[in-house]
Design a protein around this ligand. Structure first.
Ligand SMILES: Nc1ncnc2c1ncn2[C@@H]1O[C@H](COP(=O)(O)OP(=O)(O)OP(=O)(O)O)[C@@H](O)[C@H]1O
Ligand SMILES: [Mg+2]
Length: 254
């Protein structure tokens, strides 16, 4: 699962994060985070539980408003109201984030039906194709999310994010709750999406195998601060004690 040396001409969006600050009550969660995510790269944000990874990701799609600093996606403020109509951003939430009132197939095809992008039969075809990519049988399409296991729901959420060739795809713990074989498939699928479409992929994960298997660059977030950023080789070679502890520890995702 090595990332290719050259990428297709990027349709992916760059992301610029500048001095991002966020507190909940008295608790500072992001303490002035600044870095750039390049157009078309697979950027992995690693860090211990509670370090602020999910809070960071929610800022990218405007679900959180910063207390200070800013994020620009393709030059537009992430908080701007029309960013959703300008760019196609997709997210796989840590908990899946599927709509329980819709079938799996309706969930996966949501982007296409909402934007009336394709005729019915074509949507059905795309849905079946994306379910197959995450190793789900077409029959699963007729089921409802709450009838599925956690791992299956996660795979459905990933299938949904792959629809419609998004320009920026955010993954929050895409391999949690999955067995190692499916986790490997998901890693490959993220790379396939990235190579095929040039979408920028931002992956938040505890899964070190996934991180080192797919990342162009890795950032290490600790207690709301980005302490190290570099290529997988640079990250492995970094002497930063907290990072080394994280990489060496028999670390179990929650
Ligand atoms: N809406 C909220 N209100 C109050 N505190 C919050 C809120 N969302 C997150 N937090 C707090 O912010 C901190 C960072 O949470 P976050 O979910 O970003 O961690 P994480 O790095 O994603 O952890 P994990 O790896 O366990 O998913 C935690 O202490 C959490 O309790
Ligand atoms: Mg999280």
């Amino acid at each position: 699962m090595n990332a290719p040396a050259s990428k297709p001409s990027a349709t992916g969006l760059p992301v610029a994060i500048r001095d991002l600050r966020k507190s909940f009550g008295e608790q500072p969660v992001l303490k002035g985070v600044s870095f750039d995510i390049r157009a078309g790269e697979v950027f992995v944000l690693m860090g211990p539980s509670g370090s602020g990874k999910s809070v960071f990701l929610r800022h990218l799609i405007g679900l959180e408003t910063p207390d200070g600093g800013e994020i620009r996606i393709g030059g537009e403020l992430a908080t701007s109201e029309d960013i959703g109509s300008k760019f196609h951003l997709a997210i796989v939430f840590q908990s899946g984030g599927l709509l329980n009132s819709l079938t799996v197939a309706e969930n996966v095809g949501l982007y296409l039906t909402e934007h009336r992008l394709k005729p019915r039969e074509e949507i059905d075809r795309v849905v079946t194709e994306k379910l197959a990519l995450v190793k789900l049988d077409p029959g699963v399409g007729a089921q409802f999310p709450n009838e599925l296991s956690g791992g299956m729901r996660k795979r459905v959420a990933i299938a949904r994010a792959l629809v419609g060739d998004p320009q920026l795809v955010l993954f929050d713990e895409p391999t949690s709750e999955l067995d190692p074989l499916v986790a490997l498939t998901i890693g490959r699928e993220i790379l396939n999406l990235n190579e095929r479409t040039g979408a920028t992929c931002v992956v938040v994960t505890h899964d070190r195998d996934l991180a080192f298997g797919i990342a162009d660059r890795i950032g290490f977030l600790n207690a709301g601060e980005l302490v190290v950023l570099g290529t997988p080789a640079e990250i492995r070679a970094s002497p930063h004690p907290l990072l080394q502890q994280f990489l060496a520890a028999d670390f179990h995702p929650q």
